[in-house]
Design a protein around this ligand. Structure first.
Ligand code: HSE
Length: 376
């Protein structure tokens, strides 16, 4: 396989190093805007598309543009594409799948969800024989690093975020991590593949951890609870719910114990039941290794995406309900209060759709409001 690698950042350098160890893989070009000292460097994307010897393009630049233009051009030029870019694939899902199919090339993105975990390939296998009822989990290493360090080591939010950035876990703009957007993109890919649908990424309710405080963490600890940011999607009687939000688990729950940049992602299927995948969800070598696995799968003859193109499907977040921790200065909390928890309330049970509407209203008055669903 002759490869054109687009992006020589954290992940690109990992892919480069790992691919060099394998005789099946040969990197002919590395596209990067910077002047990095490697013999394969080019600043011209066209070199990768125009060279007939290149059969596969790896996109690990991140961001939407020019990644979208480059990946589209590569597929149209008849190149297989492997990417770790969840933002790109979640945004142009239908279009990129159709483009790959029309050009008869492989399109794979295993490293886009779960970093080093082979999550999408696990979904691809299980869906061959079992209906999938739900996919959910900790899918973002940066926010898990922040939450576990605030809880266990008493770090401030800002210090923990700076450490996650220094360790190479965070997105170029860490807003994507702390506002839950990164999980939203990963959840969309997981749900589309699990349920054979094509969800609208903008319809996934998404609440992040940007406004969590030391006071919230203290409130949780006093009640034996641990906060984790999760993406959740489930299917019941043909309806699909999909949402990203902080959750409170009992301290002895499996999810509560996931440390640092690790991810824990679970599917729930008709025959096997719950099956969880645990590992490093971010970082140079875990993510780079999953990109290289995709390349080897293509060398081995894998041509299809993980599922067929899905049918458009409206999101039905009224089918799932929780009690919520709600910390806000807005008086709107009083109308939904079941209990007082320090300076916050525990709400009555309400659907995710109801909470999405309430939070949108509350944020007009109190942008620092914070919610977390109480889980058993
Ligand atoms: N920023 C992402 C994370 C990188 O922290 O999980 C891996 O997708």
């Amino acid at each position: 396989m002759v490869i054109g690698l687009m992006g020589f950042g954290t992940i690109g350098a990992g892919v480069y190093e790992l691919a060099k160890e394998l005789e099946e893989l040969s990197i002919k070009y590395v596209l990067d805007i910077r002047q990095v000292e490697i013999p394969e460097l080019t600043h011209r994307a066209e070199d990768l598309f125009e060279d007939a010897e290149v059969d596969t393009v790896v996109e690990v630049m991140g961001g939407l543009h020019p990644a979208y233009e480059f990946v589209s051009a590569a597929l149209k030029a008849g190149k297989n594409v492997v990417t770790a870019n969840k933002y790109l694939v979640a945004t142009y899902y239908d279009e990129l799948l159709a483009l790959a199919k029309a050009n008869g090339v492989a399109f794979r993105c295993t490293a886009a969800v779960g970093g080093g975990i082979g999550w999408l390939t696990a979904l691809e296998r299980v869906r061959r024989i079992e209906p999938i009822n739900a996919v959910e989990g900790i899918m973002n290493g940066t926010t898990n690093y922040i939450l576990s360090n605030m809880t266990q080591n008493g770090l401030s939010f800002d210090t923990a975020l700076s450490e996650a950035q220094a360790l190479g876990y965070a997105e170029a703009d860490p807003s994507a991590d702390i506002d839950g957007l990164d999980v939203k993109h990963k959840l969309l890919l997981s749900a589309n593949i699990a349920f054979d649908v094509s969800l609208n990424v903008n319809d996934i309710f998404t609440a992040g951890i940007r406004s969590i405080t030391d006071g919230d963490i203290k409130n949780f600890k006093e009640r034996g609870l641990v906060c984790k940011l999760l993406g959740v999607a489930c299917k019941e009687e043909g309806k699909v719910a999909a949402f990203v939000q902080p959750n409170l688990f009992p301290a002895d729950a499996l999810t509560a114990s996931v440390p640092t940049n690790f991810n824990l992602i679970t599917y729930d299927t008709a025959y096997t039941g719950r099956m969880s995948f645990y590992g490093q969800g971010a970082g140079r070598y875990p993510t780079g290794a999953n990109v290289v696995q995709d390349l080897l799968d293509i060398v081995g003859g894998k041509e299809e995406f993980y599922s067929k193109e899905g049918a458009p499907c409206a999101i039905a977040n009224e089918i799932v309900s929780f009690q919520y921790y709600l910390r806000t200065t807005s008086a709107k909390k009083d109308a939904v209060k079941a209990e007082t928890w320090g300076d916050a309330v525990l709400t009555q049970k309400m659907s995710v759709a109801e909470m999405a509407k309430l939070l949108e209203e509350i944020k007009q008055e109190d942008p620092r409001a914070f919610i977390a669903a109480v889980r058993s």
